[in-house]
Design a protein around this ligand. Structure first.
Ligand SMILES: Nc1ncnc2c1ncn2[C@@H]1O[C@H](COP(=O)(O)OP(=O)(O)OP(=O)(O)O)[C@@H](O)[C@H]1O
Ligand SMILES: CC(=O)N[C@H]1[C@@H]2OC[C@@H](O2)[C@@H](O)[C@@H]1O[C@H](C)C(=O)O
Length: 364
């Protein structure tokens, strides 16, 4: 990869919802976004998804992990071979386990193998260095969110909220000179987002999600269960903080509630968790831009607008692509890693100092 100026980078994300792999091209110098390029999505087949699911919660060397990694690598190799012109690839891999204060963080998939298969340098293992230095290892998108805020011409503090399996929010002050600057960012995982709702829908209806929030829109929120959920110790921790996909499993038991009421309650829980998190924002935001699949859930969006002092808008309202933002983030971060720039800091992961995580593997 060239050492200066903007380059085309190709980023990927295989998220906690296990639906598939996103890939996106980005023209960037690691500071600014010069252009957005083509994007693509490759779903995991049910069999592939089952293999990955069997590896969830497992650590390198444990049963099922090698098989999950093979699925992840093959899916990425197939998807990424459809692109051309990238000088570097940012390969996130699939998080199987995340326990930053304990065993560490584990993303399945070998970037060195992909570099050889694709003939392009690959940056990967983005989270380990941050965890090794005492950080949460997540979220990592915030430095990219800062660049996005600049790119859309924001002049006042705003928030970008990703509602995937887990939720994560970035508070941004675009008046600061750079994401590393003191007071530019505050980021953290907000709580569970779609994962518990997907699990409920699958168990109760056989459908993998609540389409557009239609089921939740028909139900009533169980306020007692919501209040019990908000008593979880996670909400009493100061940010930055991060979550594993299943950290809230027992706190979100919907018992014998009807499917409609359970879906409404889980949608409200996702939104209430964000509102709780927003109490930590240094100053209130002028916009709440929502990315990730949860922005399609009308019940979650309505609950967000009701619980925050600002309307929740899909990030498309600002001209950004809510399906591809995470993949674009890892394209951006790959360029930063390759150029020795920081990818996280005290305000985004709680790490002691600015860190440039990630390993760079050359094709030969
Ligand atoms: N039309 C829709 N209606 C309701 N929910 C939807 C819709 N489309 C997507 N979702 C929800 O969004 C989820 C996928 O979101 P996304 O792709 O942002 O997650 P991810 O990137 O895998 O997760 P994470 O960001 O936690 O790693 C789906 O599992 C589903 O719950
Ligand atoms: C450990 C891990 O993979 N975390 C993911 C997950 O998905 C959403 C949320 O939990 C966030 O912390 C993170 O991903 C995004 C892309 C991030 O690092 O910014």
């Amino acid at each position: 990869m060239r050492s200066g100026g903007a380059v085309w980078a190709l980023g990927t994300m295989s998220g906690t919802s296990l639906d598939g792999v996103d890939a996106a091209m980005l023209l960037t110098d690691g500071e600014r976004i010069l252009d957005f390029g083509p994007t693509a999505f490759r779903p995991y087949s049910p069999a592939e998804q089952a293999t990955i699911r069997a590896g969830l919660g497992r650590w390198p060397g444990e049963a099922g992990v090698a098989e999950a990694a093979e699925v992840v690598e093959a899916a990425h190799a197939e998807l990424l071979s459809r692109f051309s012109g990238a000088e570097v690839i940012g390969f996130h891999g699939q998080t199987l386990a995340h326990d930053p204060k304990g065993k560490g963080t584990h993303q399945a998939g070998d970037g060195a193998l992909l570099a050889r298969a694709l003939g392009v340098p690959v940056v990967w293992d983005f989270r380990s260095a941050d965890v090794a230095m005492g950080g949460q290892g997540a979220p990592l998108a915030p430095f990219f969110h800062f660049a996005c805020a600049r790119q859309i011409g924001a002049t006042q503090p705003l928030a970008m909220l990703n509602l995937g399996g887990v939720g994560n929010v970035t508070w941004i002050d675009p008046r600061q000179p750079a994401p590393e600057a003191h007071g530019a960012l505050l980021a953290f995982d907000t709580g569970p987002a779609n994962a518990p709702l997907n699990d409920l829908m699958l168990t109760r209806t056989g459908q993998p999600l609540d389409p557009d929030g239609a089921t939740g829109l028909q139900g009533q929120v169980d306020e007692d269960r919501l209040a019990a959920f908000l008593r979880h110790p996670f909400f009493h921790r100061m940010p930055p903080k991060s979550l594993d996909r299943n950290d809230f499993h027992t706190a979100l038991d919907m018992g014998n509630l009807s499917t409609e009421d359970a879906a409404a309650t889980l949608a409200a829980a996702a939104a209430a968790a964000v509102a709780r998190g927003a109490e930590h924002f240094p100053v209130p935001v002028t916009r709440l831009l929502v990315t990730g699949g949860g922005r399609h859930n009308a019940r979650i969006m309505a609950e967000l607008s009701a619980r925050m002092r600002v309307e929740a808008e899909p990030i498309e309202a600002a001209g950004l692509d809510g399906d591809m933002l995470e993949a674009q983030a890892f394209a951006f971060l790959a360029v930063r890693v390759a150029r020795g720039m920081a990818t996280s800091g005290p305000a985004t992961t709680g790490v002691a100092a600015l860190v440039g995580g990630g390993r760079l593997s050359q094709p030969d």
